[in-house]
Design a protein around this ligand. Sequence first.
Ligand code: 3PG
Ligand code: CO
Length: 542
Amino acid sequence: MNSNSAKPVLLIVMDGWGMGSGGPEDAIAQSSTPVFDRLWSSCAHTTLMTHGPFVGLPAKKDMGGSEVGHLTMGAGEILDQGPTRINKAIADGSFFDSEALKQVMATGDEGGTIHLIGLLSDGNIHSHLDHFQSLINHAFERGIKSLRVHALFDGRDVGIQTAQKFVCELEEDFTFINSHEGFNYHFASGGGRERIVMDRDRDWAKVEEGWNLMVHGKGRHHFPSMMAAINHFRSEKPDLIDQDMEGFVVVDEADHPVGAMQDGDAVVMVNFRGDRAIEITEAFELVDFDGFDRGNRPDVLYAGMMVYDEDRNLPKLQLMGPTKVDNPFGRRILNLGIKQFRLTETQKYPHVTFFFNGGYRQPLDPAMEDYILIPSDKKVSFADAPAMKANEIADKAVELIESDQYGFGLINFANADMVGHCGMMAPAIKAIETVDAAVGRIVDALEKAGGKALITADHGNAEEMLVFAKDGAQEASTKHSINPVPCILFDPTYDGSYNLRQPDDEQTIETKPGLAHLAATLFEMMGQQVPDDIYPSLIVRN
Ligand code: 3PG
Ligand code: CO
């Protein structure tokens, strides 16, 4: 293909834009979306599954996420995702045979404390409580005497005030274990994931605060227990979302931290997802590190649940190997000589690169791949800046389309997801309307260039901003949904001669329209042969 005369085919991901009920919880239905409405009524369209087994997650009702969504779109097939692979390895016992876990346990055998750090949640987006419990039980059965958990509270992939549920489950485990002579297993520190540690925008102050709490046992707030901390912060602010809880240290009667890290200890980052685990991993592992002053750094053995940065092999010790995509979409079209771009803002940059590529972060051939990053707003709540960088992304997309160089481009608009995660209706509406207008500018430019686009989402979120209890009580929802997402094939030459496959009850997990079918659909839109080792295209010729 002559890249100078390419007709661009785009994959536009409106992150967090699901098909809602149209009810009071549905911010998308309450938004004015003239572009979406026009495209939906004039273009071939369908809806896609993005959750549970449709993206390789273990449980039927596991929400999809941007990691698994982009990985599945890039793979063109359903692959077992990190948590599925971990669960299988735990079930067949191979999880406990890894060299990395043996080294961790060996430090415990030698009298070191094992510290588990990570998101205490069953959201299965970044982590799962079961994985904490498997590690804790394994350590106990091995006879390891001392273990600490440094817990990040979620409220973003689960209900907004659920921290106490997960805390109590582990407290029960600890009570049982500590009833055995010589064992001391405890929580040592805590705090909301948006306040400490799980940053992905180089906002080092958040990582530093978490580091000081977990590693040095230093922080402004001291509590005798996790529940004392949770009760304290909730009494100050009854509607506090767990993700926003301030960080704290658990202390003994003498006000000493119960879990500061010492030379000879081991640390396991229990999160399996990389984007929000990289920065703390850098702090633990890098010799030359300028994120913040780490103070007197204890000599600990550090391991992560999975690889967080494949290009730099971070962390060095991984309990599980990476989920491998042998031949991701980006590599396949590179091999066909098609020039491509990826475009988004910082918050979703790993998704359109690392996750969509099934592992690699940098272009394989910089002459044929442009990965364009628009810096996200820093130190704001996206509820206060719901336009995020959608307009800048649209500006750049128009420029790239007009350059006549690209045969493929992947664009992600983060707004409906990131603002959806704040749990507030008015900003979510603003976010959606901004994305709608931005998509409108892109399709106009595509029309002039003779291009096409698949316009879809990796999972729902903003169409479900409230959840309702059985008694009718309602609560803000910050998490993703398991609703299907729209999928529109924008084609200015559309003459009705094809449609997109519709979901029906006869279909299987593999055949129901889902994110795994997009790669083949894109090949067909590009006029390329669809590879026979991926799931089939959604295009049905009439
Ligand atoms: C987050 O990391 O913000 C959420 O847990 C998941 O969001 P994402 O999967 O849409 O990035
Ligand atoms: Co999200």
